[in-house]
Design a protein around this ligand. Structure first.
Ligand SMILES: [Ca+2]
Ligand SMILES: [Ca+2]
Ligand SMILES: [Ca+2]
Ligand SMILES: [Ca+2]
Length: 682
């Protein structure tokens, strides 16, 4: 989806045609737009055909949970993500992790934030290193060169010469695609004689040299297969030293540099030093190639289980131990069409018996069904026809989310379908009885990629947002923005709800493709500000930068086909709460299609932010924290903190703060809904 937006640029200007729609085709009652709506709202059914546009690539997305989550809430499942993402992480199932070994050092001691810190004050973080730093040894992984990454270099994946099936320290590389020097500045905790070691690979004709603190080291690195090369010894003073990769002949690849007072330091000595000391690998699941992963407790043991939906819409249900409980295989028919987009599904305990049900798409006897299945067995509890015109059709955006349309426990379901010409939002009760439907003839993606049930006016009942349209709990329109953004390419890719102006009410912050980053008054749809941020795909907001009293908005700006490598790249645009650009990070986009996740990593009540494989610091820069890109974040362990879930192809891992002090935190159903189940992958 997101990528499609790209070619859209071109097309951008296509008109739209709200024109005529035969009202009243509605499937069931309600919905439909109130009278005087600007152009093309209303009505229901009808199909149209946007002629599926050739989207460029697969889709990836990321999301985050609507609405800021009340700290201290609840527990179970959700999440999801897009399909096959071409992100460029090199080696996938590489090594494993950190067998921690606290050599008692500290160089990288993570500062923790004192309990009640005014938000914003972001954990006083002391400088962090993306690796353990045992006494007498400085580990400089490739990510330390990302901050000032030259245009043309990348972090691996997606280009010739980058594939490496073997172990990579931190699963992290710098591929030198440009001749410009790559530079990192590192801390030397104590003066002394340090021997340089370089782990790099390359091919005939490639290579680079290393300059430490202004002195050139012996040897040329990155000239052949991956090699661990001891080099010169340097007398270093305590303080900061510059490491410069120079005399570059592309495309050599740096994996890691070590400066050690131990002249016999070996490659094997590196193995236990991966990732920052505070990062603990907690779970490591092998999963089928996934389109999306959803979380929820289906077996009632209090621990989140997970549903893997494949690009074909097949469903595999696993318990918390990673044991398959059941699966349902989708037929081959139209699997290519389905595979271009994220698969729809949710886990939620609709009947409150303590066992989450599985909502997903099935095809039975040639017909498409919306199914609510017993999460333990896959047996169908309820099923109704999938709310879209009969096949054949396409599967542009099929999504599900849990909504709350009445006081008490949230047990409504909303289903969003963009099946080629007709886009609809359909609401159901806990038994899959349809409550209302809102449908419009619209071009692909006009309403974005996700449906967001969020209580924007604070009355305890959800409103429903799909891109430029906000509906109330009965399906009636509250506002729309069609007059401003009538082109389907201007859809909202990602939505975040956050109180930017401190009045206690959430604003709607969106990543809106080529329109950039925008903020709206969520209650009325009034636009507050807009600023460009490349092709804005993901967005978040919070008190992240140190010493800033007002919140920031951070947008992931996508760049297409970066520098020779092809594929996608992204960087961060930091804005103040009025939309003024503060700065960008890093110096050039990094390849990948990364998400934001955020949550209480330390279990101290402060919200930490992560993007791609990095934790964002109070200076707006990222420190590599994980071997894969982040996907979701919630209290997976039930220990009072929130853990980061990463996902890369067929590997899903859960990482947490190593020194968390476990505590019982009551996670209510709204936590489960907002922070676990309704997570989106944008
Ligand atoms: Ca469970
Ligand atoms: Ca149940
Ligand atoms: Ca409301
Ligand atoms: Ca506000």
């Amino acid at each position: 989806m997101k990528r499609l937006c790209l070619f859209l640029l071109a097309a951008a200007a296509v008109a739209q045609s709200p024109a005529h729609q035969p009202p009243g085709t509605a499937a069931t009652a309600v919905a439909q737009s109130p009278a005087n709506q600007p152009r093309g709202t209303a009505a229901t059914a009808v199909a149209q055909s946007p002629a599926h546009q050739p989207r460029g690539t697969a889709a990836t997305a990321v999301a985050q949970s609507p609405a800021h989550q009340p700290p201290g809430t609840a527990a179970t499942a959700v999440a999801q993500s897009p399909a096959n993402q071409p992100r460029g992480t090199a080696a996938t199932a590489v090594a494993q992790s950190p067998a921690h070994q606290p050599p008692g050092t500290a160089a990288a001691a993570v500062a923790q934030s004192p309990a009640n810190q005014p938000r914003g004050t972001a954990a006083t973080a002391v400088a962090q290193s993306p690796a353990h730093q045992p006494p007498g040894t400085i580990v400089v992984d490739a990510s330390e060169f990302y901050d000032a990454i030259p245009e043309g270099d990348n972090m691996g994946g997606g280009g010739p010469g980058n594939s490496n099936p073997g172990w990579l320290f931190n699963n992290s590389v710098l591929t030198l695609g440009a001749e410009e020097d790559a530079v990192a500045r590192i801390a030397v905790p104590e003066a002394g004689a340090y021997r340089l070691f370089v782990r790099a690979q390359g091919a005939a004709g490639s290579g680079f040299r290393v300059n430490v603190g202004g002195a050139l080291a012996e040897g040329v690195f990155g000239t052949g297969p991956m090699a661990w090369s001891p080099s010169s010894t340097f007398e270093l003073r305590k303080g900061t030293v510059e490491i410069r990769l120079t005399n570059i002949h592309p495309r050599a690849t740096l994996n890691v540099i070590v400066l050690s007072r131990n002249p016999d330091f070996t490659e094997e000595d590196l193995r236990p030093l991966e990732l920052p000391e505070e990062v603990h690998l907690l779970k490591d699941y092998k999963i089928p190639p996934a389109s999306i992963i959803k979380f929820g407790d289906v077996d009632g043991d209090g621990r989140p289980d997970f549903l893997v939906l494949t690009p074909n819409y097949s469903a595999y249900m696993y318990n918390n131990d990673g044991k398959e409980l059941w699966h349902w295989d989708a037929p081959e028919q139209d699997s290519r069409l389905r595979g271009e987009f994220e698969a729809p599904g949710s886990l939620w305990d609709f009947d409150q018996d303590g066992y989450a049900e599985v909502i997903h798409w099935r095809i039975i006897d040639g017909k498409e069904w919306l199914v609510m299945a017993d999460g333990r067995t896959g047996a169908i509890k309820h099923k109704v026809p999938w709310p879209t015109p009969p096949m054949p059709h396409v599967y542009n955006n099929f999504r599900t989310a849990i909504a709350k349309f009445h006081p008490g426990y949230a047990d409504n379901l909303v289903v969003f379908t963009d099946s080629g010409g007709l886009i609809s939002v359909t609401a159901y009760d806990r038994d899959l009885n349809q409550i209302w439907q809102h449908a419009e003839k619209r071009k692909k993606d006009f309403f974005g990629h996700y449906v967001y049930p969020v209580d924007i006016d604070g009355d305890g009942i959800d409103e429903v947002l799909v891109s430029h349209l906000c509906l109330d709990s009965k399906g009636n329109q509250i506002w729309n923005n069609y007059a401003i953004f009538d082109d389907n390419h201007d859809h909202m890719d990602a939505m975040e709800f956050f109180d930017l102006d401190g009045d206690g009410k959430p604003e709607l912050i969106t990543g809106q493709s080529d329109v950039g980053a925008l903020a709206y008054r969520a209650q009325t749809g009034e636009m507050l500000w807009q600023n460009l941020a490349d092709h804005t795909q993901q967005i978040t907001a919070g008190y992240i930068l140190k010493d800033m009293k007002t919140p920031q908005v951070v947008a992931g700006g996508r760049v297409y086909a970066p520098r020779g490598g092809g594929g996608l790249a992204a960087w961060l645009y930091w804005f103040d709460n009025h939309g003024n650009l503060l700065f960008k990070w890093p110096r050039n986009p990094l390849n990948g299609n990364p998400n934001f996740v955020r949550g209480d990593w330390y279990g101290d009540g402060t919200r930490q932010f992560f993007w791609h494989r990095f934790k964002l610091g109070g200076d707006g820069k990222g420190t590599l924290f994980f071997k894969e890109t982040v996907y979701h974040m919630f209290d997976f362990l039930g220990n009072g903190a929130e853990q980061v879930i990463t996902w890369d192809r067929n590997v899903m891992r859960v990482y947490g703060y190593k020194d968390v002090k476990p505590k019982v935190v009551k996670r209510d159903s709204e936590y489960l809904r907002n922070s676990v189940a309704n997570h989106t992958h944008y």
